[in-house]
Design a protein around this ligand. Structure first.
Ligand SMILES: N[C@@H](CCC(=O)N[C@@H](CS)C(=O)NCC(=O)O)C(=O)O
Length: 219
């Protein structure tokens, strides 16, 4: 039994942003009701609560929280479960910098590439441009990682929640665009990705992402 919260979260198994928040929820052992979108029965309510129409969206009574980073920080600020925010300013800055690099520089080109997965009608110019952007951003991430099993220090932080879904997609999407071993060029990210998978919250979210991606590819 986890920690009761009464919260619910509109989620989607394949969304890296929702996966980030689910990983924080799992690590904190919180009881949160996940509403898997899209769901026609929930669409009207979701549209009312989510002007941006994006998952994840957290509902905590009257408090509606959009945006994955804001949701993760909100859970921290509520003081529920184990803390995923380091204590010292330098480590917090490092955690936030990794999250920013992930959100601003890695996820942007990755989202563009995700829309080009189907080889039929693929825009080769767009793929080349976004792949170059993605590799540049991965190089930045590599520069800030240590190769250790956690992104910051020796325990789980919000940076791990950010990076696990990102590295999953980087690893999976590469071969779809002809890169056999995409993480091979980023040894610290590769070592980190192997190590962090030993954390139960990371393993759970990776398994969810894997089966959601397989379902999407099969459909
Ligand atoms: N910046 C947002 C991005 C969320 C996002 O893009 N969610 C996508 C799924 S991966 C979504 O809900 N898209 C549906 C839509 O835009 O209608 C966050 O960090 O939460």
């Amino acid at each position: 039994m986890g920690i009761k919260t009464g919260m619910k979260m509109y989620s989607s198994q394949l969304s890296p942003f929702a996966s980030r928040c689910r990983m924080a929820v799992y690590a904190k052992d919180l009881e949160v009701e996940f509403l898997d979108m899209p769901d026609p029965d929930l669409e009207e309510e979701f549209s009312r609560l989510a002007p941006m129409h994006k998952v994840p969206l957290l509902v905590d009574g009257d408090v509606i929280v959009p945006e994955s980073e804001t949701i993760c920080e909100y859970l921290e600020d509520k003081g529920l479960g184990v803390s995923l925010r380091p204590k010292d300013a330098a480590s917090i800055a490092r955690m936030r910098a990794l999250c920013r690099i992930g959100d601003l520089y890695v996820m942007e080109p990755m989202g563009e590439l995700f829309s080009q997965i189907n080889p039929a009608g693929r825009d080769a110019k767009l793929v080349a441009r976004e792949m170059a952007e993605l590799q540049k951003a991965m190089g930045w991430l590599e520069a800030y990682l240590t190769g250790g099993e956690h992104a910051v220090g020796n325990s789980l932080t919000l940076a791990d929640c950010e990076l696990v879904p990102i590295l999953f997609f980087f690893d999976q999407i590469g071969p779809m665009f002809g890169h056999v071993n995409p993480l091979g060029d980023y040894p610290k990210a590769e070592a980190y990705y192997k190590g962090i998978a030993k954390e139960p919250a990371a393993a759970k979210v990776l398994a969810e992402l894997d089966s959601a991606l397989r379902r999407m590819m099969a459909g």
